[in-house]
Design a protein around this ligand. Sequence first.
Ligand code: ZN
Length: 134
Amino acid sequence: MEILKIDHLGIAVPSIDEGNTFWSEVLGLKMAGKETVESQKVTTAFLPIGQSEIELLESTAPDGPIAKFIEKKGAGFQHVAFQVADIKAALAELKEKGVKLIDETPRGGAGGAQIAFLHPKATGGILVELCQRD
Ligand code: ZN
């Protein structure tokens, strides 16, 4: 599997507008875009840092995965995303290695990326996302 870089770090926030204060006003990062992914009940905002980004995640519904995450663990670091050259090949390789996957096939994420999550049980407790951007 070819991992190209850390694409982004996902941070769960109760509200992007409020959660953005530290990142934008204190650190001076610029928000590059905001997008709602209805299928995931999430609104995301991307703040580029060099070749990587911070992704702020706000739930659009009380039963969405981000709302549930915040309920369970509180706001904060939620996932790390690795950009891969070929997400289908990467998933096939991980499956072959017996890694538990949340997504066996890639699905559409924010910014037109193809994404897939690995199960935290297979990674030592970290939610890992693979993404491919063409
Ligand atoms: Zn992400």
